[in-house]
Structures are given as structure tokens and as C-alpha cells.
Design a protein around this ligand. Structure first.
Ligand SMILES: C[S@@+](CC[C@H](N)C(=O)[O-])C[C@H]1O[C@@H](n2cnc3c(N)ncnc32)[C@H](O)[C@@H]1O
Length: 351
């Protein structure tokens, strides 16, 4: 049981509450530990670290997704399909009421209530035509992984569209606005501004990979009547490079308990993927001091897995430590998926 309960975590999002502005609501349910700050490491780039000690068991960060997609084999029988309204994102069992898209979107698009469906109207309208036009053929020709990646990009663009609509067409630099954060001057970027500050560029990936993504952008993600985002191809390609370096898989059990207990369960079957403005700042360690796990609304929760000293970096594990136990496979995994090598790897395994 965490010693420090962020007040927002106790809020249960009822359909009526969910019907509020998606942008304001997503930001109001994020929470950052008062001792957590951002820093920069010369090798790793941006990092999270403890400005003052954070005791074991305390929640360090609660972050709301900017965009999230479900990842289930069969939406009709899945017990983990997500409500499409981002601030809700609750997992809906088969037995629960689910509302489908009246325009005939794929079965993965469902809402848990009429209130969520109504609150999500502007965001979903952005993706609806694209999904109907492309989802079946992308799935058939390219498989679920590429479909999921492209859909997550479309949902990021949809979230940007909602922000633009809310701000009258101009996106301004915004940060979280709790009094305490403003007072300490450690505001974390949020929204589209945060997406733009994600690491990852064409240089981070192989030429072959960038060529393949460039082809996908031209075929499926170009600005036009189906996807009216007004961004040049190059910006959309950059977004893919960033999304691939910063997105989280959503799993039912926690990731990163370290040292791995002998009877530890794996983190379970993936049920979604999401991008988080603030959680994306966390770097990887093979001996992490935080665990991470999504809550029942798709919010990413970081919890201190040990006492974290002042000045210490707050890290998560990017993969399931119960599944990747030797140094070689961990290195390969990081190199292939994230394009870096963890310098802590050997030490962490020896300890
Ligand atoms: C999700 S981002 C983490 C935040 C990132 N450092 C930044 O500046 O935004 C993932 C990227 O951070 C860097 N990174 C994360 N953990 C690292 C580590 N242990 N060693 C080196 N680089 C790391 C890699 O460039 C990786 O692709």
C-alpha cells in the first residue's frame, strides 16, 4: 500500500464526470510527487530524479495518456477492451454495456457509456473515416503491430486536433498548473507540446526502418480529407520516430520489480499501448528503483520500489525483468527496440 496517496487517485471517474472537456480532465487527473524533478544526463538525455528522498512504496507519478489504443485479439470476446474516451479508458469486460461506433468503425472502437461516447465525439470524428477506410486493409496486409503503430499515431493527431479545437486553432506551450509545481518552477510539459519534446528522430533509427516508415506515411498518414492534420510528411515521420521510442505497452501486472523475486509472475498479456507526456521522461535501468503499471483508467502509475535518495535518478525497466534475465538478451532487446545499451546492465544482473 503506498504511503502517500495522490488525492486524484481516489477519484472514481463516473460517466457524468467523464463528459467534461477531455483536455482539462486528462490534466487534472495527473499527479507528480512533490520531490520529483526533471534533469538532463549527458548520455541518456532527459531524466526523472528525486530532488529530495522518496520513500519506498510512495507513488511517484500518475500520468494520463495523451493517446491510447486497445490491443486485443478479438474485441467481441476480450475482457480488456478499452473505452475509447481517453480520460476514461476503462477496461470493459464482455458482459458490460458497450456502445459501438454508429458509423461502422472496427469492433475495437467502443465506449462504456453514452456519456463517454458523447464526450469523445470531436476526437473520434477525427479518426473515424481513417479507421473505416484503412483499418481492414492495413491489418490484412501488414499485421497488427503496424496497424497498432499507425492507429496510435492517428490517435495522437486526434488528440492534437482536440487541443487545437479547444484553443481556437493555436497550440501554445503549456505545462501542468498545480500551484505547487508553478511555485517550484518545475513544470512538466503536457499535451502536444510534450509530444514535440519527446526524444527520437530519423537519426535514431536505421535507414531501412526510416524508409519503411516514410512509405507508411505517404500511403496512410498524409494530410488530406481523410486525415486533416495539416502537418507535412516529415513532421509525421518524426512523430513515428518519437512514438516508437516513447510509447508504453499496457500490461495487467506491474513491470520492474527488482531484484526479481524467485516466484515473480510475468506482467501478463498486453492489452493496449499509449503515450504519456511525463512518464516518457523516465529512462531505463536493468536495476530500476520504480515499478510501473497502468491503473483501471489507463493512467500510468510509477511507484518507488525502494527508498530513493535525494539526487538519485528515478528509473523504470522498459521490459519485463522476469522474461529477460541474461545480459545478452537484455542488450539485444534494448538495442533492437530502443537503440541504446544500458550501461547498468552487467552491474544490475550481478547484484
Ligand atoms: C522514453 S525516452 C526516455 C527519456 C529520454 N532520455 C529523453 O531525453 O526524452 C527513451 C530514450 O531515452 C534514452 N535512454 C533511456 N534509458 C537509457 C539508458 N539506460 N541508457 C542510455 N540511454 C537511455 C534512449 O535514447 C531511449 O531511446
Amino acid at each position: 500500500m503506498p504511503l502517500l496517496q495522490p488525492p486524484e487517485q481516489q477519484i472514481h471517474l463516473e460517466p457524468a464526470a467523464v463528459a467534461k472537456s477531455a483536455v482539462a480532465e486528462a490534466n487534472s487527473t495527473a499527479w507528480i510527487h512533490p520531490h520529483l524533478e526533471q534533469g538532463v544526463d549527458p548520455y541518456k538525455g532527459r531524466q526523472l530524479r528525486a530532488a529530495q528522498p522518496i520513500p519506498r512504496g510512495e507513488v511517484v507519478l500518475v500520468d494520463t495518456p495523451y493517446a491510447v489504443i486497445p490491443a486485443v485479439d478479438d474485441p467481441r470476446t476480450s475482457e480488456a477492451l478499452l473505452c475509447s474516451h481517453p480520460p476514461c479508458s476503462r477496461r470493459m469486460p464482455c458482459s458490460a454495456e458497450r456502445l459501438a461506433c454508429p458509423q461502422g468503425c472496427p469492433g475495437d472502437v467502443m465506449w462504456c457509456s453514452a456519456a463517454c461516447q458523447a464526450a469523445d465525439r470531436v476526437r473520434h470524428a477525427f479518426e473515424c473515416t481513417w479507421l473505416k477506410r484503412f483499418a481492414p486493409s492495413i491489418r490484412e496486409k501488414r499485421g497488427e503491430y503496424e496497424f497498432g503503430m499507425l492507429w496510435l499515431i492517428v490517435r495522437i493527431l486526434a488528440a492534437r486536433h482536440v487541443e487545437l479545437s479547444a484553443e481556437g486553432g493555436e497550440l501554445t506551450a503549456t505545462t501542468t498548473t498545480t500551484d505547487e509545481q508553478v511555485a517550484s518552477g518545475r513544470g512538466f510539459a503536457q499535451g502536444w507540446q510534450a509530444m514535440r519534446s519527446f526524444c527520437g528522430s530519423e537519426d535514431s533509427w536505421s535507414h531501412a526502418q526510416v524508409r519503411a516508415w516514410t512509405a507508411l506515411v505517404k500511403k496512410y498518414l498524409r494530410h488530406g480529407p481523410v486525415l486533416p492534420h495539416n502537418l507535412p510528411d516529415r513532421e509525421v515521420l518524426k512523430l513515428i520516430c518519437q512514438e516508437e521510442a516513447n510509447s508504453f505497452g499496457l500490461y495487467p501486472r506491474e513491470t520492474g520489480l527488482y531484484p526479481v523475486p524467485p516466484d515473480a509472475l510475468d506482467r501478463g498479456e498486453q492489452f493496449g499501448a499509449a503515450v504519456y507526456p511525463r512518464a516518457a521522461i523516465a529512462n531505463h535501468s536493468c536495476g530500476p528503483n520504480m515499478t510501473h503499471k497502468p491503473d483501471q483508467h489507463g493512467r500510468m502509475i510509477f511507484t518507488a520500489a525502494k527508498d530513493i535518495a535525494a539526487g538519485e535518478e528515478c528509473c523504470i525497466s522498459y521490459f519485463d525483468l522476469t522474461q529477460f534475465t541474461d545480459l545478452q538478451t537484455r542488450r539485444e532487446r534494448l538495442q533492437t527496440l530502443f537503440r541504446f545499451v544500458c550501461r547498468m546492465g552487467a552491474d544490475a544482473i550481478r547484484r
